[in-house]
Design a protein around this ligand. Sequence first.
Ligand code: B12
Ligand code: SF4
Length: 443
Amino acid sequence: MKVLFLEIDTERTWAVASMGPAFLAAWLRKHGHAASGIRVPPDEDAATFINRVQEIQPDLIGISLTTRQWLRARDLIAALRDTVEVPVIAGGLHATFSPEAVLESPGFDFVCLGEGEEALLELVTRLENGQPTDDIRNIQVRGGMRPTLRPPLASLDDLPFLARDLLDEQYGVVHIATQRGCPFPCTYCAARQYHDLYESDNYGRRRSVSSVMDELEYIRSTGDLNYVIFLDDTFTIFPTWVKEFCDAHTKRFQTPFSVHARVDTVSRDMLKMLAQAGCRHIVYGVESGSLRVRREVMQRPITNERMVETFKWTRDEGIIVTANYMLGLPGESREDLEQTLELHQQLKPHDFGYFVFYPYPGTRLFQVCRDAGYLPDNYLELPANHRQSILNLPDLSQEDIAEFYDRFTALREETQLGRQSAALTPEQEQQLVDEVRQCAATG
Ligand code: B12
Ligand code: SF4
């Protein structure tokens, strides 16, 4: 069977396409099916998109959904199905936690809840053989009941390497996933919700170091391997795994790489080891400068002192450090946001990201916002981005949040200009400022 995956870009084209379809395409190919992907750029109109799909003539369309992608995906699929009679299945976090809303929209026949490899293969096989499709575990059918779930895959080492042709990678910058699931309870995080979906503490799994090394070796032997971005939520959980990884990577590759980490999962020794193994960049989620907000709202009780110390250790090891902040959470005040700006001055990261809070379906804070009446009635019709709040909060107005967002943008302009070692021409300065503003306008 021929499966076509769609990557729906919204306001900007991200440097890498969704990982989910690249996993699924590899799995389908391993089992004898054809799988390909197309990316729908932000400015492509529906007619052009439909023509491109028609040229490929797929037997099934697969679409991976984050909440941000949902509204555009909904419109494009409705337009497609006016012209082309092809079954459509959606998966990913948004579809998993809003299956009914997705299946009520024209053109969507199936939703996959949770991990997709085995479920999609079963659906494809049944469709190919003309068998019924209404009793497949993890697959909810339009108009059907919520399905039961099969257990998560026992070992991630059984997965074939990613189908990189779907990822749209360039310049030998490759993306690797070594784990699924995250053990932490952050209340705003959609990734965390898979643990609750499967009602299991065993959802978290990690590939063996040798499997990761084999994938890197495979990439090197078939193309360019210049930089590796590990897309795991928290690369630094399980210190023994990290040590084994660093030893193996130092011996075999030394390709520069970057990771995401939580401050409370790293030690000075681990940072030293990572730096020696080639780690050039770490992104830490700081989220808020207010310990009260981190403790009471986010369930991230890391102290400011620990953060300042860890940022210093990271810089001392010559690793570029990025901090990520959030603004506009329920229970947050202007004073809390001032504290975030103050903490930023102490952390001194090389760069930072700042994201207006959006309540993702399935998260605990989504529930809090709904129960407290902070969500507007038409929230499903509002764009899910990280630059504009959709909430009606009692202690922080949308104007307050917008004002702080602008202050973060101004601060980032300053940080970026301050990072330059050589003097810039006025044109170069303007270009840098424009880039920061463009990022803020599409964040
Ligand atoms: C890597 C990553 C990225 C990458 C790649 C994008 C991607 N979606 O893969 C980049 C850097 C581009 C990115 C960008 C953003 N991301 Co991001 N990202 C992640 C991250 C850390 C890992 C995703 C991943 O690879 N998972 C591994 C794969 C295997 O899991 P999976 O995607 O769930 O896929 C499995 C199943 O869901 C299912 N499945 C998935 N798709 C499909 C499709 C079909 C047809 C079927 C049958 C099944 C199926 O099968 C897959 C294999 O088992 C997640 C956190 C997380 N752990 O999920 C956040 C996450 C997906 N990102 C998030 C966000 C908010 C963003 C940004 C908006 C952030 C920003 N403002 O900069 C952008 C928007 C991107 C977009 N296109 O909309 C949120 C999404 C929340 C939500 N409900 O929408 C998450 C969950 C982070 C969080 N903690 O809240 N992101
Ligand atoms: S925010 Fe990060 S650490 Fe917290 S649950 Fe999500 S992925 Fe895990």
